[in-house]
Design a protein around this ligand. Structure first.
Ligand SMILES: Cc1cc2nc3c(=O)[nH]c(=O)nc-3n(C[C@H](O)[C@H](O)[C@H](O)COP(=O)(O)OP(=O)(O)OC[C@H]3O[C@@H](n4cnc5c(N)ncnc54)[C@H](O)[C@@H]3O)c2cc1C
Ligand code: SF4
Length: 446
């Protein structure tokens, strides 16, 4: 990351650590029992419908209420092996908890996410794997990418008796759980403990520093394995396409900075601007805006080209950013980066509106915001040159997660499966593992 030159935040290391405390502290036993008793244990529960991984929510909550915490954890993990991380990062306010029948104007939903965390954390902390591998099938599968999609697929394949090798480009496994999720959602080293727990099933070898397209080739993987699963996420970042973007110090890619923040031993050592501008309207934009504020930025402005309802960040996240002191300016887009001595000094923004045909246009009216750090958070892109069929920047798969390339399946953010959420990637990986297993049994090959 480019140095900022004397714009370090005024907060002390202790204040910064306090700012990054767990945003949703875990339930203790008493609260878990009280909250589990609030569940109506609905038949055909709408919360289950709303969960992308289809966890039997009333069943696990009932187990917690009767003191069977381990049983509850197994119930969750058999549908979602990343149940611990999903309990921390799922936007439950638009998924299970929105659907909960207790979510009315007079009441509040059952704390499904916190109850899930209560049960899963206790099992993960024992380090004991509750699932066993089936007898060896003799099949070998290559999984590319050790993120939620890749590891969910690997774990399910191992349960089904297949031998898995995971090829991961980075130093640590976990994907964005390790390098992307906001630090206040997953404090301490839970992401790595969860990876260790998942791998403890056995039969999964992880090879790090292996990048498909660089030191490994898809055709070699397909030749040497019975099937290949691609869970490579979205590595690239969209550009603003403004002069100076790549040259000016302080113009940064939000995802890179967040990765650095997540890996930092001492957050107070990170360079944070005094006046920060974030361009974007999704999870990443909200996360970088909130985290720079927590690191000590004096003011943080998030500029988004459309209105609040068009932002992919949920209403809850937008509200959280505003409560955290982030100013959100809707209907504005950057038109010029203003530099001084090789560094960003300001950004000119133009107001936007919809024309008669509903297309976005600039109004011609502009204003300037002073800034010494500007983050690009306008979406990520797939970076994989290969024979795979790509549409709208994502790998095309059929209903069984199969790509156009023989023996190759894909899932997670790198395909179009609805939402770019951790929980959806976990579900993709799990379902793809079953599809691969079916292909082995039906066709004798991938
Ligand atoms: C900043 C940020 C915050 C987010 N916050 C939330 C949140 O709060 N809640 C939520 O539900 N979702 C959130 N998301 C989305 C969520 O993180 C993703 O949907 C999820 O991680 C996708 O999982 P994946 O396995 O498909 O990809 P990834 O997690 O991106 O994992 C892909 C893995 O593949 C590896 N890889 C990539 N290319 C190659 C290659 N060529 N060869 C080998 N390995 C490769 C990568 O190193 C990585 O380990 C956030 C995303 C970002 C960027
Ligand atoms: S909808 Fe709410 S009350 Fe009904 S089972 Fe789900 S969590 Fe319980």
């Amino acid at each position: 990351m480019a140095p900022l030159g004397g714009t370090g935040g005024p907060l002390s290391p202790a204040e910064i650590e306090a700012n990054f405390a767990d945003i949703k502290p875990p339930l203790d036993k008493k609260r878990a029992i009280v909250d589990s008793a609030r569940c109506f244990f609905c038949h055909d529960a709408p919360c289950v419908e709303a969960c992308p991984t289809g966890i039997d929510i009333p069943n696990f909550i009932r187990m917690i209420s009767t003191g069977n915490v381990k049983g509850a954890a197994v119930e969750i993990l058999q549908e979602n092996i990343f149940g611990g991380m999903c309990a921390r990062v799922c936007p439950t306010e638009v998924l299970c908890e929105r659907a909960c029948v207790r979510n009315t104007s007079e009441d509040r939903p059952v704390d499904i996410g916190l109850l899930q965390r209560y049960a899963v954390d206790q099992l993960v902390e024992t380090g004991k794997q509750p699932f066993q591998r089936a007898a060896s099938s003799g099949r070998r599968v290559a999984v590319v990418g050790a993120g939620p999609a890749g590891l969910s697929c690997a774990h399910r394949l191992a349960m089904l008796g297949h031998a898995v090798t995971v090829f991961e480009a980075r130093e640590n496994a976990g994907g964005l759980n390790e390098y992307g999720i906001a630090a206040y959602k997953t404090v301490d080293s839970f992401a790595q403990r969860e990876v260790d727990f998942i791998l403890s099933i056995g039969g999964i070898e992880v090879k790090k520093g292996q990048r498909l397209g660089k030191n490994i080739k898809l055709e070699d993987l397909a030749r040497d394995h019975d099937a290949v699963f691609l869970g490579i996420g979205l590595g690239g970042v969209n550009a603003l396409n403004l002069p100076g973007e790549n040259e000016m110090q302080g113009v940064l890619d939000a995802v890179d900075y967040i990765a650095e923040l997540r890996q930092a031993k001492e957050k107070s050592q990170l360079k944070v601007g005094r006046h920060v501008v974030v361009i974007g309207g999704g999870n990443t934009a909200i996360d970088i805006a909130v985290q720079t504020k927590k690191l000590g930025a004096e003011d943080v402005t998030l500029a988004y080209r459309r209105g609040p309802y068009n932002m992919s960040a949920t209403h809850h996240e937008q509200e959280f950013a505003q409560i955290s002191g982030v100013k959100i300016k809707h209907w504005t887009k950057p038109v010029k980066l203003i530099g001084k001595n090789g560094a960003i000094a300001g950004v000119e923004l133009e107001y936007t509106r919809l024309d008669a045909g509903g297309r976005l246009e600039g109004t011609g009216e502009t204003f300037t915001i002073e800034c010494d750090q500007l983050f690009k958070a306008i979406g990520q892109t797939l970076t994989l040159p290969s024979a795979l069929k790509i549409e709208k920047g994502k790998i095309v798969v059929d209903a069984a997660y199969k790509t156009n390339v023989p023996k190759v399946w894909a899932g997670g953010d790198c395909i179009t499966s609805g939402t770019d959420l951790t929980v959806q990637s976990v579900q993709d990986g799990k379902l793809a593992a079953h599809a691969i297993d079916r292909a082995f049994r039906e066709n004798g090959h991938g």
